[in-house]
Ligand binder design. Structure first.
Ligand SMILES: Nc1ncnc2c1ncn2[C@@H]1O[C@H](COP(=O)(O)OP(=O)(O)OP(=O)(O)O)[C@@H](O)[C@H]1O
Length: 232
């Protein structure tokens, strides 16, 4: 269980409160108006920001003070964050050896398997700049697969892709998450993504990240904040 217990975060006029629990292996969409704090919520979970109050627990372990690399979280950003001067195999190798050390033969095979898994077989020697946007997204997902963390945080990772490609990537994320048994948290501006991908939704609005609600129920009986967001 990922538990956000009495989490409070403030920055000037902006504030966010979160008191919620998310089950391992679930797929959760994080939706809400622009500037409401969706990315902030993911940053708090991944450790890129620290709360002013409250505790974060994963399977009962307090991770509130842990730095990002010591958390059970792999993050996929829209920018992909691949190193431009390293080829794909070396970029992905960093997931296994963050110090940049040489990979063993079995680790190299693991990298190749991850490339195969996301449909990039044989492209290990390409630099990110020689890949399309969709291929870069796939490479970033292969890195998440290699990191093998029990929580995957996605911050609008596929917003720049066309609808068909985005659908393909969401299906791929679903497959990768299932393989890892990972809890997925995905920020999206598109309610259709939530419906297609997520069993539950966390609505972030009016300074609060609400407890998760089943996606079908949320859209059938949208609360006031969601109706405003959807323009209904
Ligand atoms: N780098 C930054 N510097 C200063 N303020 C920031 C920065 N990033 C975000 N904020 C502010 O923090 C608040 C929360 O932003 P956050 O990015 O978490 O919202 P969001 O719901 O993810 O928005 P969006 O949907 O537009 O990405 C907003 O008031 C925003 O203006």
């Amino acid at each position: 269980m990922l538990t956000l217990e009495g989490i409070r975060y403030g920055d000037g006029a902006f504030s966010l409160a979160a008191d919620l629990r998310l089950s391992p292996g679930g797929r959760v969409a994080v939706i809400g108006p622009s500037g409401a704090g969706k990315s902030t919520l993911l940053d708090l979970i991944a450790g890129f920001r620290r709360p002013d109050a409250g505790r974060l627990l994963w399977q009962g372990r307090d991770i509130t003070a842990a730095p990002p690399d010591r958390r059970p979280v792999a993050t996929l950003f829209q920018e992909n964050n691949l190193f431009p001067h390293l080829d794909l195999a070396r970029n992905l190798g960093l997931a296994l050896r963050p110090d940049g050390g040489r990979l063993r033969a079995d680790e190299r095979r693991e990298v190749e398997r991850a490339l195969d898994r996301v449909g990039l077989q044989g492209l290990g020697d390409r630099k990110p700049g020689a890949l399309s946007g969709g291929q870069q997204s796939r490479a970033a997902l292969a890195r998440v697969l290699l990191q093998a963390r029990p929580i995957i945080a996605l911050d609008e990772p596929f917003a720049a892709l066309g609808p068909a490609l985005k659908g393909e990537m969401l299906d791929l994320v679903r497959g990768v998450a299932k393989e890892l048994g990972a809890l997925v948290l995905m920020v999206s501006h598109d309610p259709e993504d939530a419906k297609r991908f997520a069993g539950e939704v966390v609505l972030v609005a009016d300074g609060v990240a609400a407890a998760p609600v089943a996606t079908t129920r949320l859209f059938e009986e949208p609360p006031e904040a969601l109706r405003r967001y959807l323009g209904r």
